[in-house]
Unconditional design. Structure first.
Length: 95
């Protein structure tokens, strides 16, 4: 396999990652709606720890584990911000 073909694979994987991240953000908004209705806090440190522990288990001791966990911390932060913004926007619009 040549460099161009490998880069094509990376581009395909990147497209899949973006689609999955957008799907995760959409699900986070739905969770934010439920949290707002239940008057629950947006941030749930216990859940975040569970997600990160699961990610580490999925990495199965591979060298990339630390980097992937760092990426997941960013993803969790993004989803938390999405929830906060969605709740703020709804409160400001009176919904």
């Amino acid at each position: 396999m040549d460099l161009a073909a490998l880069r094509e694979q990376i581009d395909e994987i990147d497209g899949q990652l973006v689609a999955l991240l957008l799907r995760r953000a959409k699900t986070a908004k739905r969770i934010g709606t439920m949290k707002r209705r239940q008057a629950s806090p947006v941030q749930d440190k216990k859940r975040e720890k569970q997600v990160l522990a699961r990610v580490r288990r999925l990495c199965n001791g591979r060298a990339e584990e630390r980097g992937i966990a760092a990426i997941y911390r960013r993803i969790i932060g993004m989803c938390t911000r999405v929830q906060r913004k969605m709740i703020s926007d709804r409160l400001n619009s009176g919904r």
